[in-house]
Design a protein around this ligand. Structure first.
Ligand SMILES: NC(=O)c1ccc[n+]([C@@H]2O[C@H](COP(=O)([O-])OP(=O)(O)OC[C@H]3O[C@@H](n4cnc5c(N)ncnc54)[C@H](O)[C@@H]3O)[C@@H](O)[C@H]2O)c1
Length: 304
């Protein structure tokens, strides 16, 4: 056992499998008491079971750690609240929340149903809001805390997962808003874009060019939860973790602008925009052919 998180109480959603499970185990191994949330569903969000969360609690206890299970659907306000209430009731405080829970409903935009859109956005984006909402109210009073959202490189856009991509982009804006709104209360917020071998990545098209293990991501999250990250004033950031590689994403900012004397007309815009303001080439667009070939040929990262 390490002591990177000694004395801290951490809640992790989607902690029954994959990256969330690795985060829960790693946090407990570094001394945190952990609330393990998992609705226990299939990759597309069906067939819930409470056994998944409970088995991770048993793993943590068997290793000498302390944990408690919450098998709620985190996309509900009651689920988010229960996660935080369980931390308070069991351990008296909440120092960090890590929103890892996620599902996939892959479909081209022109075929996507309302249900496919709603369920994915609810699990990822609302499932981060419900937890941030409940936790931040307590952390504001404590004058400390760490909020962590899970995004994806896919927030740049996705061929066949517009629902997932939109939710992941929303999580980044939610994280930045939390970082801004809670800064004066000593609460930090960051997002992680992982690339790791799990049942979920085994099912996505090969938009991934590299892949690591859930434990690589877990080590990074433990750092973000620790006092070391707070001392380094890490907030409002988006980090990629892909095996041995970690990277920070740029903050969005304007690239070029132009001013019109007396206002723009469609005609003057058409004349000036291409040369004066131009476009910012979309990196994913340049990789479209490669991604389409991989999807056609069923190229997938290896599942564990
Ligand atoms: N694996 C990757 O390479 C990769 C890449 C980019 C982003 N991500 C993101 O990382 C996170 C973890 O992904 P993973 O690969 O470990 O997936 P996973 O499918 O192995 O685990 C996700 C877990 O979330 C749980 N879950 C789903 N809906 C829930 C709900 N409503 N309430 C509570 N729990 C729920 C599932 O039961 C499951 O145990 C997801 O947010 C995913 O989008 C993963």
């Amino acid at each position: 056992m390490g002591n990177f998180l000694t004395g801290k109480v951490v809640a992790v959603t989607g902690a029954g499998r994959g990256i969330g499970r690795a985060v829960a185990l790693a946090a407990a191994a570094e001394g945190a008491r952990v609330v393990v949330n998992d609705y226990g569903v299939s990759v597309d969000g069906a067939s819930p079971t409470s056994e998944v969360a409970e088995s991770v609690v048993k793993e943590i206890e068997a290793a000498g750690g302390e944990a408690v299970a919450v098998a709620d659907d985190i996309s509900t306000m009651a689920g988010g609240q229960r996660l935080v209430d369980t931390a308070l009731a069991s351990y008296g405080r909440i120092d960090g929340v890590v929103c890892v829970a996620g599902i996939l409903r892959e479909r081209m935009l022109f075929n996507m149903s309302e249900e496919e859109w709603d369920s994915v956005v609810a699990t990822h984006l609302k499932g981060t809001f419900t937890v941030f909402r409940a936790a931040s109210a307590v952390m504001r009073g404590q004058r400390s805390g760490t909020l962590i959202g899970f995004t994806s490189g896919n927030h740049q856009g996705s061929v066949a997962q517009a629902n997932y991509s939109a939710a992941k982009g929303g999580i980044i804006s939610l994280v930045r808003s939390a970082a801004l709104g809670l800064h004066k209360y000593g609460v930090t917020a960051n997002a992680v874009a992982p690339v790791a071998r799990t049942r979920m990545s085994a099912g996505v098209p090969m938009e991934l060019t590299e892949i690591g293990e859930p434990e690589d991501v877990a080590a990074f999250v433990v750092y973000l939860l620790s006092d070391r990250a707070r001392e380094a004033k890490v907030t409002g950031q988006v980090y990629t973790v892909a095996g041995p590689r970690i990277a920070v994403w740029a903050q969005p900012r304007e690239l070029r602008s132009a001013h019109a004397c007396g206002g723009w007309t469609p005609e003057t815009i058409a004349e000036f925009l291409p040369g004066a303001v131009g476009v910012d080439p979309m990196p994913m667009l340049a990789r479209l052919e490669e991604m389409e070939r991989a999807a056609r040929e069923g190229d997938r990262p290896n599942a564990r």
